[in-house]
Ligand binder design. Structure first.
Ligand code: APR
Length: 238
């Protein structure tokens, strides 16, 4: 099938690798340098909020400098040149999809340029440091902000929208994710249950590669733009 109407793209850290950002589980991945328990759990934040704020404040300084790569830009081309509704569900907290001009992006693990007040739920959008000294402008309490990053054990964001997207898509594309983290690693199964074609873009087959109809192996910055051009050309030739 090639005349797709509703495309869903699930992206992971691998789509940002060619922008110079570390992934989590590759050789030099983030979890080889930091303990998940210390910086990505509710318990770790409760134990040492200053340390966790420092971690994400430093990460913020790195992410703000990164630029989208051809894989991110190819999503914008797909959204503009191909007559389907294309949504992006990203596990990434960087904002490279937005910097590339992608629309309809859902950050299910949160995003680095936001903090959330644990008292009233106010979302603070900022690239500045967030600390335990900050005062919430909505409820006026001090020290209630946490990074708007979904910690392990917390509920993902936008799950109602994700459920609707997975049920209604006819093409599900995974780009640059190892497929080891629940529930994002089950999205392909849901899409397939609702009869979507499924394609995995990665440097190598992943642990749930058997769930995909097709595997396109190689750096996403090369393979995905090529795929988008083929899709657009086939559509234009019809
Ligand atoms: N092109 C395509 N794929 C790539 C590239 C590339 N240039 N570089 C790396 N990859 C692939 C790797 O082969 C790997 O399968 O990207 C994947 C990165 O996997 P992870 O580091 O596990 O990142 P991700 O799948 O996004 O992790 C999911 O885990 O720790 C949590 O919240 C964190 O969102 C993250 C989630």
């Amino acid at each position: 099938m090639t005349d797709y109407k509703r495309i869903v793209i699930l992206s992971g850290a691998g789509i940002s690798a060619e922008s110079g950002l570390a992934t989590f589980r590759d050789e030099d991945g983030m979890w080889n340098h930091h303990r998940v328990e210390d910086v990505a759990t509710v318990e770790g934040f409760a134990k040492n909020p200053e340390y966790v704020h420092d971690f994400y404040n430093e990460l913020k300084k790195e992410l703000i400098k990164a630029n989208p790569n051809p894989a991110h830009l190819a999503i914008t081309r797909l959204q503009q040149q191909y007559p389907a509704q294309t949504a992006v569900i990203t596990q990434n907290v960087d904002t490279l999809h937005e910097k590339a001009g992608n629309q309809n992006v859902f950050h299910i693990h949160g995003q680095i340029d936001q903090a959330v007040c644990t008292n009233c739920g106010h979302i603070l959008s900022t690239w500045d440091d967030v600390t335990t000294e900050d005062i919430c402008p909505q409820c006026s309490l001090t020290g209630t902000f946490k990074p708007n990053i979904v910690f392990f054990g917390e509920s993902l964001l936008y799950m109602n929208e994700v459920d609707e997207l997975l049920r209604s898509c006819d093409l599900f594309i995974s780009i640059g994710t190892s497929g080891v983290v629940f529930p994002a690693n089950t999205f392909v199964r849901t899409a397939k249950y609702y009869h979507a074609d499924t394609i995995e873009f990665n440097l190598k087959p992943t642990v749930n590669n058997y769930e995909f109809d097709r595997h396109i192996i190689g750096p996403a910055g090369e393979t995905f733009p090529r795929f988008v051009e083929e899709l657009i050309n086939v559509n234009e030739s019809i």
